[in-house]
Design a protein around this ligand. Structure first.
Ligand code: SF4
Ligand code: SF4
Length: 321
């Protein structure tokens, strides 16, 4: 199963800039040690539980954090489309409201907002700019930490990632790439020589269930996982643990069998990422519905039981805290 035409087109865009939705310093979750994580926009999947909805579109998007809005109205005149109005809440508080049908995501309003309630997800950054972001905290990385690209799917911009990581490697910075695996083989080949560690997402072993929850089957992902393992690179598989989707014993056992059956000595095992609802506010800031708003976080005892089950099958397994 190939990638959609629209995403293959993105895969071939010019290497020297990419749209960045966020730069996160002092991250201890996405790779070993202390890391700087750069999130790139655009994703081939549409996972129902996604905690970074601002990364799914390849285009820049306006976000409005209502809790920061003071209702000052400064943004109304800044908008050439007259897309922003003030609404009065039942409590009497005034708040900005964006007409998404009129808004072109041009970003002209952002600078007018002193409390920074308005933000633009996806400003273009150059290879050099992103490399400098990675360099800023180099003194804190220590022997383990370093630079991580995440998304969205950073490998929709393989040339960009490869250029930045080549600079990092030349500067002695450890490189780590988080991927959905739903990418072209060319993209993986491009970054392979300059990536120290792949964080490779696995979501469900049944392709049809995978398609229903993520928008794509898992065949390309599993083919890429096998190929990547055959190249001998270091890989840590990561499983977002979503109640009612992939937390049943059958699926967990099938995942352990898949990872355990890969022909490589450089597989670090499986890391479980228990579901959390921290992305909910981002959906609100984009005026998008969050479909899983009633989902509860999994109980610690259940996560620990699954961890033990995977470990008992001979695959090292940890839990992201
Ligand atoms: S992003 Fe542009 S079109 Fe949208 S509200 Fe702001 S100024 Fe108006
Ligand atoms: S979004 Fe910003 S500029 Fe617009 S009303 Fe709210 S605080 Fe004022």
């Amino acid at each position: 199963m190939g990638l959609p035409e629209s995403l293959l087109a993105t895969d071939q865009t010019e290497a020297h800039t990419a749209r960045v939705s966020n730069v996160q310093f002092y991250n201890v979750h996405d790779g070993p040690g202390i890391r700087t994580v750069v999130f790139l926009k655009g994703c081939p999947l549409t996972c129902k539980w996604c905690s970074n909805p601002e990364t799914i579109s390849t285009q820049q998007e306006l976000g409005l954090n209502r809790s920061l809005c003071t209702g000052c109205g400064a943004c109304l005149d800044a908008c050439p489309q007259k897309a922003i109005s003030l609404i009065k809440k039942p409590c009497g508080r005034r708040e900005a409201s964006v007409d998404r049908g009129l808004c072109t995501d041009c970003g002209d309003c952002v600078a007018s907002c002193i409390p920074k309630a308005l933000t633009m997800y996806g400003d273009p950054m150059s290879v050099e700019q992103v490399f400098k972001e990675f360099q800023k905290d180099k003194m804190f990385f220590g022997p383990e930490g370093g630079a991580t690209f995440s998304g969205g799917e950073a490998l929709l911009h393989p040339d960009f990632v490869a250029e930045v990581f080549a600079l990092c490697k030349a500067d002695g910075i450890h490189t780590c790439l988080e991927t959905t695996g739903s990418v072209s083989r060319r993209a993986l080949e491009k970054v392979l020589p300059v990536t120290d560690l792949f964080l490779f997402d696995l979501k469900h072993m049944d392709s049809e269930i995978h398609r229903l929850w993520t928008g794509a089957p898992n065949t390309l992902i599993h083919d890429n996982a096998r190929w990547l393992a055959s190249q001998g690179v270091q890989i840590l598989f990561r499983v977002p643990l979503i109640p009612g989707f992939n937390d049943c014993p059958d699926n967990v056992q099938a995942m352990a069998a898949f990872v355990g059956g890969l022909d490589s000595e450089n597989i670090d095992g499986i890391e479980l990422l228990p579901y959390h609802a921290m992305g909910t506010g981002k959906y609100q800031s984009l005026d998008q519905d969050y479909l899983l708003c009633d989902l509860k976080v999994p109980e610690e005892a259940l996560v620990e039981a699954l961890r033990k089950e995977i470990s008992a099958l001979g695959v090292p397994c940890s839990i992201s805290r």
